[in-house]
Design a protein around this ligand. Structure first.
Ligand SMILES: [Fe+2]
Length: 214
């Protein structure tokens, strides 16, 4: 008998961040929980269609739409876990001098400040999405990417190290739409570089506590 696994929202204790209010976090956690819920609902609906082992002609339009939406919801869930997971009230604007991350950034960009200028520049790009620093597990090289919505631009197999939400909901209660640079500054003040180091080493979700449960 098939037992479908479903995801449960993670809990993040992030009160006391610099420049990102409790109000924003509360609203943002609710949005994240919506992605978890929708991922579960879509997975169940697709499983229902697949139950008899075939996709009938009349099921195909609904099946296609559900499957496309699953890419949006699934990435929305996972990226928020990376995002909340790399924030802490004891954050620091920059990684330690001897950190693996800083060394990798220097090897990939020449200098750490060039890596940071690129990441911040991507974060300021107009549009709805994310700035993400990835590590290529094949050669250890770092690269920064713009992700449109949640699912367009992720590089398959690359490891997310630092994930920054720049959808307006991430900062609109604290800043004006044109004040995204101030939000980005606040984001950096709260980065948990230990988690980033862990993601460098483990090559997976690092200290993320996301679990699938029946
Ligand atoms: Fe978000």
């Amino acid at each position: 008998m098939l037992t479908l696994q479903s995801y449960k929202p993670q809990q993040f204790d992030l009160s006391g961040l610099t420049g990102i209010s409790e109000q924003t976090l509360e609203m943002h956690f609710k949005l994240y929980e919506g992605y978890v819920q929708n991922t579960n609902v879509l997975t169940e609906k697709i499983a229902e269609i697949l139950k008899d082992g075939k996709i009938d002609h009349e099921e195909m339009p609904a099946y296609s739409e559900l499957t496309r939406r699953l890419g949006f919801e699934y990435n929305g869930m996972v990226l928020h876990e990376y995002y909340f997971g790399n924030l802490t009230r004891n954050g620091d604007s920059d990684p330690g001098r001897d950190s693996d991350f800083r060394r990798a950034a220097e090897a990939s960009f020449g200098r750490y400040d060039i890596w940071k200028a690129d990441f911040i520049g991507i974060g300021k790009m107009r549009g709805v999405g994310w700035a993400i620093c990835y590590r290529d597990p094949a050669n250890g090289r770092l690269s920064n990417h713009w992700i449109t919505l949640h699912e367009v631009g992720n590089v398959s197999g690359f490891t997310p190290l630092l994930v920054m939400d720049v959808w307006e909901h991430a900062f609109l209660l604290d800043y004006k739409p044109a004040e995204r640079p101030q939000y980005i500054e606040a984001f950096f003040a709260n980065v948990d570089w230990q988690v980033v180091e862990e993601r460098m080493r483990v090559g997976t979700r690092g200290s993320q506590k996301r679990v699938a449960s029946t």
